[in-house]
Design a protein around this ligand. Structure first.
Ligand code: NAP
Length: 277
């Protein structure tokens, strides 16, 4: 693969200062001796199209897209993968040699890889998954779980209509419960996923009662600040196998880095340490 002399990539969002992606990609660039750079870019919605169209002309090979542009970027890309269409959002753009902008969503891939690494005993077909939350991240999680062969998804969201929309998009394997009854979904689930922002530093705590959790159930949280949320802490005390959300962030970055820079990076202890630095 022939790269520009100094290939550039980056992440576009607003705000962007909190993003761990520059540390992560910077670590990989250094590890693999690639003479490139990965840059955080705070871009307003009104400038998004102009900025993205300009980047390939400046030596950019691609970018990650984060909040609030993940949905809007679908209309800017020339080619959008089926999974990004199904999820309704993209987090990775590849600037192709023919000038076309290719959009993909790697969040579901990152979620599954993190789960497989953190809970190697997890068998997707073993039983239903309970998903708390129905925002953008939940769409990626549900698409990947259904694709992996999970027989049924129990879904609950504070705003029920959002969960119903997911059911209508993803089909009859998704069953919706009221938020006040979300605790009842846990008893029969082999996997429980928090996709809400509850438990994140500065946000509220998860109030869903967790006493229905069985020992051995795999419990994962997309929130990774703090790494061990109260949700994961309670699940651990109840004998569940817990997986934190940082690995999802690390793994979702792998396909983009490989497409942009031609090397598939390893997610290892050093990668985790670099992202936490
Ligand atoms: P989003 O589209 O804004 O959705 C937020 C979700 O949280 C919705 O389900 C929302 O419910 C729920 N929620 C927010 N406040 C709540 C409250 N007080 N009570 C009950 N539910 C509440 O955000 P997103 O993009 O899906 O992201 C969700 C979380 O996942 C964030 O913390 C994000 O950082 C994290 N995330 C992590 C990764 C990773 O790589 N680990 C990747 C993507 C996202 P309503 O619909 O009722 O508002």
């Amino acid at each position: 693969m022939t790269l520009p002399k100094i290939p550039l990539a980056g992440v576009i969002g607003s705000p962007i200062a909190h993003s761990k992606s520059p540390q992560l990609h910077g670590h990989w660039l250094k590890t693999y001796g690639i003479a490139g750079h990965y840059i955080p870019m705070d871009v307003a919605s009104s400038n998004l199209t102009d900025v993205i169209r300009m980047l390939p002309k400046m030596g950019f090979v691609g970018v990650n897209i984060t909040i609030p542009h993940k949905e809007a970027v679908l209309a800017i890309a020339d080619l959008v993968t089926d999974r990004a269409i199904l999820i309704g959002a993209a987090n990775t753009l590849i600037f192709r040699k023919d000038g076309k902008i290719h959009a993909d969503n790697t969040d579901g891939y990152g979620f599954l890889e993190n789960l497989k690494t953190g809970a190697p005993g997890w068998q997707p077909k073993a039983g239903p998954a309970a998903v708390l939350g129905a925002g953008g991240a939940a769409r990626a999680v549900i698409a990947s779980l259904l694709d992996a062969g999970v027989p049924e998804i129990f879904l609950s969201n504070r705003t029920r209509v959002r969960a119903e929309q997911l059911k209508s998009d993803f089909g009859s394997r998704v069953r919706v419960s009221d938020w006040v009854q979300a605790g009842n979904m846990l008893e029969h689930a082999s996997l429980v996923v928090n996709t809400t922002s509850l438990g994140m530093l500065g946000k509220g705590e998860m109030r869903v009662p967790l006493d229905g959790l069985k020992p051995g159930t795999i419990v994962t949280d997309l929130v990774y600040t703090p790494l061990k949320t109260r949700f994961l802490e309670t699940a651990e005390q109840m004998g569940c196998v817990t997986v934190d959300g940082l690995g999802m962030l690390l793994h979702q970055a792998v396909p983009g880095f490989e497409r942009w820079f031609g090397t598939r990076p390893e997610v290892d202890r050093a990668t985790r340490a670099a992202a936490l630095r």
